[in-house]
Ligand binder design. Sequence first.
Ligand SMILES: NC(=O)c1ccc[n+]([C@@H]2O[C@H](COP(=O)([O-])OP(=O)(O)OC[C@H]3O[C@@H](n4cnc5c(N)ncnc54)[C@H](O)[C@@H]3O)[C@@H](O)[C@H]2O)c1
Length: 337
Amino acid sequence: MPPADVVHMVLFVDRAAVLGAGVMGARIAEVLAMNNVSVVVRDVSEEFLERGRATVEKDLDELVAFHAGKAEKAISDFEKRAGVELTDAQKETARETLKPTYTEERKQRILDKITWQTSYDGFDQVDLVIEAVPENLELKGKVLRELCEHVSDHCVVATNTSTIGITQVAAELPPERRGRFLGVHFFNPPTTLPLVEVIPGMETRYDVPEDLINVLAPMRNHRYPILPVQVKECPGFLVNRILAPMLQEAFACYEEGVAKPKDIDLAMQAGAGMPMGPLALADLIGLDVVLHAGESIQRQQGGPLPQRPVQVVKQLVAAGRLGQKSGRGFYEYHNQD
Ligand SMILES: NC(=O)c1ccc[n+]([C@@H]2O[C@H](COP(=O)([O-])OP(=O)(O)OC[C@H]3O[C@@H](n4cnc5c(N)ncnc54)[C@H](O)[C@@H]3O)[C@@H](O)[C@H]2O)c1
């Protein structure tokens, strides 16, 4: 609840900044720029900035090419599947309906929204900064303290850390800055994965997470509407906390030869409804990232994965809430027929 004497100023993000033009930073900037936010990206050398800029340009080239070919592909797919040939008028209707939303001109407008620089020029004008420098608390602390000298009091500062506690990162900031500091965890690559975990730290002001969710929710990446979810601070936050023990079990099955690697993945796809098997998913994330995240969660929670036994499933079963088959479990299910 807001303290009675606090006037709530709604956050409006017209300009933002990103620290770090690496794997995450460049594409976070891309998503912001696609949504009409002017972005300044700061990195420590021209070489890193150029790499980030090239990543964004290549992404947008692919997006434009996809949109340019969308109508012809749909026409040819339909003709092949239905075994018919569309008339010229029908093709024209399809082309009109599937007109590209991303064109060369729009790509240029997006690129023009991003400024790549090694300085803090213009940081005093931004409403939001997302820090995406390497996962090292000491470095993040140094970078964030330096940042604080260049931004205005109203600016919200967020870290994209995947494994460090938000309150721990906040402790690196001057006390008066901690209220407008929080975690904003994008997933790799943010241009196609829509989830953003919004994680307040212990000293984050009550209104900042919701404000940021309101800023992110109307945005889109290349494929989907951005999906911000507020998450309470805990080791691994939400996705990695659940994912890490699951992957750990898949690795144990692999090591014990419980099934062939391909069958472990197929089994979890065909039997558990996963769109991708756990071993293939681990490969996609990067095994070094998976290892680091798992070890970090274990360290923070002070024990091995999987975690302590939980009570909630026992309670739900005792209450007769068995899931879909009884109409209630974690969710409620209403019979459709
Ligand atoms: N890579 C992922 O899959 C992933 C996913 C989610 C979150 N994250 C988190 O995002 C953050 C960034 O990860 P990444 O994979 O993009 O790292 P990265 O190494 O690809 O990029 C980091 C960039 O920060 C730059 N940098 C270093 N010091 C700087 C400074 N003082 N000022 C500005 N820039 C500086 C580096 O030159 C580099 O270009 C980390 O906290 C990481 O845990 C990563």
